[in-house]
Design a protein around this ligand. Structure first.
Ligand code: HEC
Length: 219
């Protein structure tokens, strides 16, 4: 009698489980705590939007405008190496901007070029990276290298060095270069011209709202 009861109980239990797990995808989220936070009331960036003229939620910047603090595009291509030599920074940097340039250099470049800029970063020193990174502190070719040429190296890479265009935005690239140029100027390089109040060339193309972009620290 007792055994029969147990079997009935087991069958009933199994049936209950089977009923719960119908195999269908569950569409009902059940109870939600703070639904406004769980389900965004705003349109998500890449979803269709019934309000905008092209149904895109993320809109392109209005033609002919640039975001505050951003430089105008330089329209140079990878092959325009001679034009790059003449390229100058549209930004100038104060101490905070240079400190930010140093921070970024140590993150993105120091692994190869060394935090001393001597080309002996830990990756190269470990022997795992065969190509000798440029010693940015010695050798006329590097010490006096036009900053636009260096910019080209960050944009497109140079032989074994990859491009860092995806890691650093335009302002950050110039901040890194300002830091390098500053260190170079203290090690036999040319006079430093990218400092605030310095003679940094505001090229014909460069956007330069007089005060807004002078430091990255403000970002
Ligand atoms: C993975 C290692 C590596 C990293 C990281 C790296 N570089 Fe380089 N870099 C090299 C090597 C190797 C060369 C030498 C390339 C050659 O001349 O063949 C070089 C060359 C250069 C040159 C000279 C370019 C020229 O035209 O001769 C500059 C300037 C430079 N790097 C700047 C940077 C900056 C700025 C960063 C960080 C944003 C950086 N590098 C990150 C390996 C690296």
């Amino acid at each position: 009698m007792k055994k029969k009861y147990l079997v009935t109980l087991m069958v009933a239990g199994a049936a209950t489980f089977a009923a719960c797990n119908s195999g269908d995808t569950r569409r009902n989220p059940g109870k939600t705590y703070v639904p406004d936070m769980t389900y965004s009331v705003a349109y998500d960036a890449y979803t269709k939007n019934p309000v905008t003229h092209d149904s895109l939620t993320s809109q392109k910047p209005v033609e002919g405008t640039i975001a505050r603090g951003h430089a105008l595009p330089d329209h140079l291509t990878e092959a325009d190496t001679s034009a790059y030599i003449a390229l100058q920074s549209p930004f100038t940097f104060n101490d905070a901007g240079l400190a930010e340039g140093k921070r970024l250099f140590n993150i993105y470049c120091g692994i190869c070029h060394g935090t001393q800029l001597d080309g002996n970063g830990p990756l190269y020193a470990s022997g795992k990276f065969a190509a000798m990174p440029a010693n940015l502190k010695s050798g006329a070719a590097y010490i006096h290298m036009p900053v636009g040429k260096m910019y080209h190296a960050i944009m497109y890479g140079k032989n074994m060095m990859g491009s860092y265009a995806a890691q650093l935005d335009v302002h950050q690239r110039w901040a890194v270069l300002a830091y390098i140029k500053k260190v170079q100027s203290e090690n036999g390089g040319d006079a430093f011209t990218m400092g605030e109040g310095g003679a940094a060339k505001v090229g014909a193309e460069a956007a330069k709202p007089a005060t807004a972009d002078t430091t990255v620290a403000k970002k």
